[in-house]
Design a protein around this ligand. Structure first.
Ligand code: CA
Length: 406
């Protein structure tokens, strides 16, 4: 990286006596009211916590002169709790509008991005009515689309936190026992490798064993949101998942975006939750049930194949947290719980290839070619946007992955 004073690309700002004010390009989804957190690594240097503004990254350890941010994850910061999160966001907001020391500003293209959090436990829900209905119709064409429990609790399973990887990490096609048309499996690389476009929620402040959290406790414990791609090997999943559910068909990799958007940045994206029928049990009720108006986009080899609407999700993030802890299970800083596939009722709103291609029976045209599941070399990019505090739209950090051979 060229650090000479005349380098106008440095932070896309103007260097003034070694201080710089970051210019935000028009239409950027990373404006001054977004300010997502991540962990970045300038070339040859140690990872540390940064905030994205426009096409720049602000090094918080330098800009705020605080060693809490000279860390390889957000955990030390997140564990401080919501009052600290608010105070830091106020300081970052001031810094983002000020002239910063040039050493605190890095162009986004000159840094690498690490996994932003040290993941504790990872839970994946199944909170979309449209997704659960579509899967139910495929799996039980002659029965009820929804199983009897679905409208009573947010169904979920425990995933594998150690294989959560940062956006951009290549995904090796998994091998395993594959379902065939008979009662005997075969073994080999998955032939039905899929994506699931999801929203993830990051626990910042944990809760002790034996203390269930209510729906009203969400803001005191959840730090922010990030996009998730829950890679899924459908042929492995279909064989192994009877009767206990997802295991090796999911645990080979889950991609997380490099940027975590603080909850406060999404205040204008909060909308009423769609009606729930029947009324859930008291521990799942909320005085003011809220969802999120976030529009996801799935691009397959550069072609947009779907725009899943988060606003239609049946179970709210606060209900997921309440359900996850109702048995007294603790939560810890860095725990990640994801929404499950975000889907709408239309084909172009579905968040998995399983649904878009109806289990591979209805191919979709991608760049002029008929496609069903992922081939080696395919790239999937999930992006999302939401109303920002300043009336524009913010862009969540993307989650990107390319499939490499088994
Ligand atoms: Ca999932």
């Amino acid at each position: 990286m060229d650090l000479s004073a005349g380098d106008c690309d440095r932070g896309r700002g103007v260097v003034l006596n070694s201080r710089v004010r970051i210019e935000v390009p028009a239409g950027s989804g990373f404006g001054r009211t977004h300010l997502p957190y991540g962990v970045f690594r300038p070339m040859g240097e140690q990872p540390r916590v940064g905030v994205r503004l426009g096409d720049s990254v602000i090094d918080l350890a330098v800009a705020l002169d605080d060693p809490m941010f000279a860390q390889p994850s957000l955990n030390a910061f997140m564990t401080q709790g919501p009052q600290c999160w608010r105070e830091v966001r106020e300081r970052v907001t001031v810094a983002a509008d000020a002239e910063l020391p040039a050493a605190a500003v890095h162009p986004i293209h000159a840094v690498s991005l690490d996994l932003p959090i040290e993941i504790g436990d990872y839970v994946d829900f199944y909170a979309s009515l449209d997704h659960a209905t579509a899967l139910g119709r495929m799996l039980r064409p002659n029965g009820d689309a929804l199983l009897p429990n679905w409208r009573h609790l947010p169904v979920g399973y425990h995933g594998r936190s150690g294989t959560v990887v940062v956006s951009g990490t290549e995904i090796a096609r998994p091998s395993g026992q594959r379902k065939t048309d008979s009662d005997t499996p075969d073994f080999g690389p998955s032939r039905r490798l899929d994506i699931e476009a999801e929203l993830g929620f990051v626990v910042g402040a944990g809760s002790p064993l034996g203390t269930p959290l209510g729906t009203g406790d969400f803001d005191a414990h959840v730090f922010g949101v990030a996009l998730v791609d829950d890679w899924s090997a459908r042929d492995i999943q279909a064989w192994e998942g009877q009767p206990l559910g997802p295991f090796l068909g999911k645990s080979f990799a889950t991609s997380l975006s490099a940027w975590v958007t603080p909850l406060d940045a999404l205040a204008k994206a909060r909308i009423p939750l769609p009606p729930q029928d029947p009324e859930p049990l008291p521990y799942l009720r909320d005085t003011d049930p809220w969802g999120l108006d976030i529009e996801l986009t799935v691009a397959w080899n550069g072609q947009v194949v779907s725009t899943p609407p988060y606003r239609r999700m049946y179970w709210s993030p606060a209900q997921m947290l309440a359900h996850m802890t109702v048995n007294g299970a603790s939560t810890r800083t860095g725990d990640l719980f994801a929404s499950g596939t975000v889907s709408g009722p239309e084909r172009a709103e579905r968040g998995s290839l399983m649904e878009i291609t109806w289990a591979g029976t209805d191919p979709v045209t991608v760049n002029g070619v008929q496609r069903t599941f992922l081939q080696d070399g395919d790239e999937v990019v999930i992006t999302a946007s939401a109303p920002a505090l300043d009336g524009t739209r913010l862009t969540l950090g993307e989650v990107r992955g390319t499939v490499k051979p088994a």
